[in-house]
Design a protein around this ligand. Structure first.
Ligand SMILES: C[S@@+](CC[C@H](N)C(=O)[O-])C[C@H]1O[C@@H](n2cnc3c(N)ncnc32)[C@H](O)[C@@H]1O
Length: 339
């Protein structure tokens, strides 16, 4: 399917869907701190209802930050971020759907009042993500973070799947093979991706839908990437979390494989040590160079990660977006006049 056609489909789908959406923006309970749920509960009913994400992931320690929310939809995440960055920070939400952008603009006053701000600290722009350069946004600072929350596949999809309008609308046709993210983002000066979260995707409508996917598996995953200028490396280090991050005094989670406990030294490899030292989290750690050679194993494959959880009997993430028959029908109806 051509890019124009898929864009047209997405725009048209949300135009028809938006008034009938009855979702509820949800955090992933398994790992989100309580303060995040309290903020989400204050999001306006319209933004909550039009939530269409697979997991709301909230970055740590972003007060004063400038944040870009790509594919902001009805703004549930953008408005949570606008609270967390505070009046000195700024959030820009970008979406292809004019209807969503209009909704976010209409809901801005509600949230400014809710957060007690005298002027908005967020704006919403209707644009294709591929035209971001035209928006002339400020570039990433060194140590700035990119969170990629998306649907990934285990293998390359065949052209028929990519060309199926319903799969395009479910966000599957554009799914990247998880292992391709590292090379792609590396070209733009980002670190290796660190897997923060994964969950099964929603259930797809009918048996026929499942057969049409031809055995390709999908997963919702969130990766953390750090902007490096220039590409970073250095000596290994012994690192101790000082517990001074107010929202998580006892531990600090970096990715699915590494959670620092307060006052407990952990040896980390040189690459990761250099990255950590450049992030805004550096102030929460004592980082001492060490001469040992250290290699930390990272589980970047979300399919393996979920398989291990399943086999190990650990708490298994709930698919955050259960696609029941009612929702399936809404999606299918929303595009039936354009295919
Ligand atoms: C799965 S929804 C997620 C919406 C929102 N983040 C949420 O959690 O509710 C994906 C969003 O990306 C937008 N989108 C899809 N393709 C886009 C593109 N090329 N440029 C900008 N936005 C796009 C869609 O309009 C939709 O609002």
């Amino acid at each position: 399917m051509s890019r124009n056609k898929s864009q047209q489909l997405v725009q048209e789908m949300y135009k028809n869907l938006i008034e009938n959406m009855a979702m509820d923006a949800r955090l992933n309970d398994e790992f989100m701190p309580p303060y995040a749920a309290e903020i989400l509960a204050k999001i306006s009913p319209r933004s909550r209802k039009t939530y269409d994400g697979s997991a709301i992931f909230i970055p740590d320690a972003i007060e004063g930050a400038r944040v870009l929310d790509i594919g902001c939809g009805g703004g549930s995440l953008s408005f949570v971020l606008s609270k967390l960055v505070g009046p000195a920070g700024y959030v820009v939400g970008v979406d292809l759907s004019e209807k969503f952008i209009q909704l976010c603009q209409e809901e801005t006053a509600y949230h400014m009042q809710e957060w007690g701000y005298s002027k908005p600290n967020c704006e919403f722009i209707c644009s294709d993500v591929e035209r971001l350069l035209d928006l002339q946004l400020e570039p990433f600072d060194e140590g700035g973070e990119f969170y990629n929350s998306d649907i990934f596949s285990d293998v390359e999809q065949c052209e028929e799947v990519k060309a199926t309008p319903l799969f395009c609308c479910y966000g599957l046709s554009g799914a990247m093979v998880w292992s391709e993210l590292k090379e792609l983002t590396g070209q733009f000066g980002f670190s290796d991706p660190y897997l923060l979260y994964a969950a099964d995707t929603f259930q797809f409508g009918t048996e026929k839908n499942k057969q049409d996917l031809r055995g390709v598996n999908y997963v919702c995953a969130v990766y953390r990437l750090v902007k490096l200028v220039p590409k970073t490396t250095g000596p290994a280090a012994i690192v101790i979390y000082n517990g001074k991050y107010e929202n998580n005094k006892d531990f600090f989670k970096w990715d699915v494989d590494l959670t620092f406990k307060k006052d407990v030294p952990i040896k980390i490899d040189g690459y990761f040590a250099s990255i950590l030292a450049k992030t805004k989290y550096a102030k929460f750690f004592a980082i001492e160079k060490c001469i040992n050679h250290v290699t930390l194993k990272r589980n970047q494959n979300p399919f393996n990660y979920l398989k291990k959880l399943r086999e190990g009997g650990s708490a298994y993430p709930t698919p955050i977006f259960p696609m029941d028959e009612h929702h399936n029908k809404l999606y299918e109806d929303s595009i039936k006049n354009i295919i």
